[in-house]
Design a protein around this ligand. Structure first.
Ligand code: UD1
Length: 422
């Protein structure tokens, strides 16, 4: 298993290009199952999760090719198997995103039930209930969700909890359903808008994406299209915190400030100077130590749970006391214990962590437990005294493209220790 070795203490500086968004690319690739012509996708990030989604479609008989610039070409007309097997689903819960499109296009889907994961139970009941309301017949047995339908019927779907992939699954399914579907209490994440724009490019009729009420008029067929995936706002946020925590200055290319309002607000509160244009963001910490900030995660446009671990790292070395409250996932504090091993001072009470910033963290061997937790540990390593080795970085490779190269380009002393011998 690969590890990342970091020598802390360098203020990051320079330019870095942000990749396409993982959480937009995954539903968009799943959505290509709807098209009855070839689809090409650009700005697709080269990540393990994307490779898994591509393998999932390939396994169904979809013709899918990826060139060396990660331009992805998909032709779903050859789909012959409507199955998402356990071997792939267990490595990526977002595999559930093929359920809606398979049902809507082919009337049949068998998707291995995603299990629990490191950050909590993460059920998919709202995906299943929504599709049932649209007329699908769904059973769960032997660890599989088995679903069949004639043509899905438009319906009014009121989501009990705001769910990102749930909203996406239902929006994709509704695009080919008969009649009108209204999704109430829909997630409002920018990735939902990106998926809607992609479906619209294929001929779907969707209004209201980005609000809590999405209205979809089902169409008979969707055609091929070309689409460029939006930039990754969580990757962007992570590099901004990397600069802030080290007292540095970075400029992100291919980044959208309007997707990061809650995060930028907190970085300004921490003392960062921030400037931005249509597709760039610059953060300058002017060598200063950050001030502690209070954060509370909640669905977009509030502060994203996927940035919680990075801000926990920031608060660990900031001036003052900051509270971090996690409201989305029940078990997303595993990185806190690793930060404590690096000298962070905190008290954890249920879903809250009260963190008193220390002058200096100390490098230590630490273990990544999930994707964003590992990003938090890498950031802590950048500012810690001495050497930090982050183990189990396959988590980080799921969501960050070439993280060690990009950080090294900003001056960080970081290298990948490969477990492969020879
Ligand atoms: C997506 C993101 C993930 C992010 C999360 C929250 C992708 C591929 N992943 O995950 O990076 O951390 O949004 O912003 O886009 N819930 C139910 N029943 C359901 C579905 C969800 O109770 O059927 C609950 C979950 O347990 C959780 C909350 O709803 O407490 C939000 O989860 P959800 O938005 O569905 O997260 P994901 O879509 O899995």
């Amino acid at each position: 298993m690969d590890r990342l070795q970091i020598e802390g203490g360098v203020a990051l500086s320079g330019d870095v290009r942000i990749s396409g968004a993982k959480n937009a690319a995954l539903p968009i690739i799943a959505g290509t199952l709807l098209a009855d012509g070839p689809v090409t996708l650009g700005n697709v990030p080269h990540l393990h999760d994307v490779t898994t989604m591509i393998a999932l479609l390939g396994n169904m008989g979809v013709q899918i090719t990826v060139d060396d610039r990660m331009q992805v070409e998909v032709d779903a007309r050859t789909t012959s198997k409507f199955v998402a097997p356990y071997e792939l689903v267990k490595t990526m819960r977002a595999s559930i995103l093929v359920l809606g499109p398979l049902l809507a296009r082919f009337g049949h889907a068998e998707v291995s039930m995603p299990g629990g994961c490191a950050i909590g139970a993460r059920p998919v009941n709202l995906h299943v209930e929504g599709l049932r309301t649209m007329g699908a017949d769904i059973h769960v047995d032997h660890g599989f969700i088995r679903a069949t339908c004639k043509r899905l019927q438009g319906a009014r779907l009121v989501l009990e909890t705001v769910t990102v992939t749930g909203t996406e699954n239902l929006m994709i399914a509704a695009a080919l359903a008969q009649g009108e579907t209204v999704i109430e209490n829909a997630a409002r994440e920018p990735e939902i808008i990106d998926l809607a724009n992609f479906l619209i490019a294929m001929g779907a009729k969707i209004q209201g994406a980005g609000t809590d009420k999405i209205v979809i008029q089902g169409v008979e067929r969707l055609h091929g299209a070309h689409y460029e995936v939006m930039p990754d706002r969580i990757e962007a946020g992570t590099y901004l915190v990397a600069a802030a925590i080290t007292g540095g200055k970075v400029r992100l290319q291919n980044a959208r400030a309007d997707h990061l309002d809650a995060v930028l607000l907190k970085l300004k509160e921490a003392g960062a100077k921030i400037d931005s244009g249509a597709d760039w963001i610059e953060l300058d910490m002017q060598g200063r130590r950050p001030r502690s900030v209070d954060i509370r995660t909640a669905p977009y446009p509030a502060f994203p749970t996927d940035m919680q671990a990075q801000f926990a790292a920031l608060n660990s070395v900031a001036d003052g006391v900051g509270t971090v409250i996690e409201t989305i996932f029940e078990n997303r504090f595993m990185h806190m214990h690793e930060l404590q091993r690096m000298g962070a001072e905190m008290r954890i009470e249920g879903h809250s962590a009260i963190i008193r910033g220390v002058q200096q963290l100390t490098g230590a061997p630490v273990m990544a437990t999930d994707l964003r937790a590992s990003a938090g540990l890498v950031l802590a390593g950048l500012v810690a005294d001495g050497t930090t080795v982050v183990d189990r970085i396959y988590h980080i490779d799921r969501g960050y493209e070439r993280i060690e190269e990009k950080l090294a380009q900003l001056g960080a002393r970081i290298k990948r220790l490969s477990s492969r011998k020879g």
